[in-house]
Design a protein around this ligand. Sequence first.
Ligand code: PRX
Length: 670
Amino acid sequence: MPSEKSVYEPSAHASKGAYVTSLPQYQQMYRRSVDDPEGFWGEIARHFHWETPADPARFFRYNFDVAKGPIFTKWMDGATTNVSYNLLDRNVRNGHGDKVAFYWEGNHPDDYSRLTYRKLLEEVCRLANVLKSRGVQKGDRVAVYMPMILEAVVTLLACARIGAVHSLVFAGFSADSFAERIVDCGARVLVTADGAWRGDKLIALKSICDQAMSKCAADGHNVETCLVIGHLGRVTSPKGASQRHKTPMTVGRDIWWHDAVPQASSSCYPEWVRAEDPLFMLYTSGSTGKPKGVLHTTAGYLLYAATTFKYVFDYRPDDVYWCTADVGWITGHTYVVYGPLANAATSVLFEGTPFYPDHGRFWSVVEKYRVTQFYTAPTAIRALMKFDERLVKRHDLTSLRVLGSVGEPINPEAWLWYYRVVGGERCSIVDTFWQTETGGHVLTPLPGATPMKPGAAGFPFFGVEPVLLDEGGKEIIGEGEGYLVFPRPWPGLMRTLFGNHDRYELTYFTKFPGYYCTGDGAKRDADGFLWVTGRVDDMLNVSGHLMSTAEVESVLTEHRGVAEAAVVAKPHPVKGECLYCFVTVTEDGVFDERLLRELKQHVRERIGPFAQPDVIQNAPALPKTRSGKIMRRILRKVAVNDRDVGDVSTLADGTVVEQLFAMRPPDAAA
Ligand code: PRX
């Protein structure tokens, strides 16, 4: 197994012709980006269209210190532009009209299509006109609940075209979660599809939206328009599945896409918006349990998405890039939609799963489109490395040059398998660390330039200054481990939490005044490589899905039979982490199979299937301090059956610990 000292140099295959071909070149560009941010980003901005130019005196301003006043970040103040114009019209004008923007590959291998830049522009304009006709105006939020289809991209860009703010919610979230987010952002228009297949499973998206809209109405919020794409009727159903699916439509509110969009005009003058006007919001879990509406704005996000995409994937004009992330996550926003289109890239948009119709699907898609950059999550790699290598090797993967990883730490075993089996030892691996909040990559290798260590995110991207702090807020220089924070913003950092700037300041800027606090820990090794060690707060990362322990605990305690619940993360060989829940039943409650089933179902319904607990343990009592605080440290030890629990003298009742070990359920494994 590789150690911290194992270093892999970028191969000649990845370096030849790259934008950045050596470590000194990266270091020089990096220095310039932090010493002269205005000059560095100003040069990049020249490639884009600004209806009104930025005021050079106000190109970059910020305050990260709560003691000095409100926290803010502003890039390119005074400029006006339109992101859809930069992604579409500008590329069409530059001769890319007939270039394929997306190859769409459906869930079923028989379903595929493509869309050029010119056609994408026309579709975006048509939908923009429909949205306008339904009363959507600049600044209004539009809720989106979509599978991985071309119309998802069209919808996001149609919002951008008219200055509306898209709020896309991952279509794996339950109706309850979706409703909570619709009410929070106040969207009156919702765009969805009738349904979609994931492998051989049908997801009835419109029915989930119907439930969500009724819940919104019960909360006093009415969705006035629901636009529905008829997707199921045009795709191949899995073998043996019933062909019929009836989608209920509510007259006056629900409209079929095919009844409105094709008839609308294919031209729509872009709404010029200010540099700091919002582009989109995207919810992420908060440690208190209530989701946070992370808000990204226009100019800075565009510059950052475009620049990280270009350098981190080393995208060149004839490449075919593929990011497998769902558009419902920030990775889908920045590296399926905005980053690639800003670079006139050709991408694959994949609706399916790595396991359908067989475990070789990823590799057959790479071969089919001659993919050059492939970007996925460690959880997918770990799931696939369990199968016979021949499933990979029977495909021609020689087109690959860059392999990306995102969402959670990648363990060295998975890194090596990716490098050796998928990359044939010819490709560079970019382990990209970033967050919904950061807008784009912040720590990452550059494929032609920086050496790699399996499991290390490496070095900061241009304009990003990572700092490690100890518990007392003192900076750790050189080798060491601490809180990962940033003293200055880069263009793509979020600007606020929608409708709650106080929570923004409290969550990210209060623990260490003067710094943006990621919530992650990191260590710097003797060679200066950064290794992200994981969350330092009560957040869990299950298959790259971030969620809070509080969120799951509050859902568990909603059940009548549950008096108290505590949730911790347990390491999992494929998911990275899984949920281990301790439940104390009420006096008249019974801990039995039925309760287990109901609790799992309840979590699926209230949050989504991805949040289903792996283990639920009966806990007659929880380990608490005398002041009543649950000692999660001990619960984490019980979860992994490690009796080395350390000091328990502060516990109100020490016998609880032994009881919990004794009551570990058989399915909990070690
Ligand atoms: O803990 C870090 C982990 O995922 C968190 C961010 O999750 P989210 O906002 O959902 O965005 C995921 C996609 C960017 C981080 O705080 N994380 C993400 N990428 C990595 C990572 N941890 C280690 N290494 C990574 N490459």
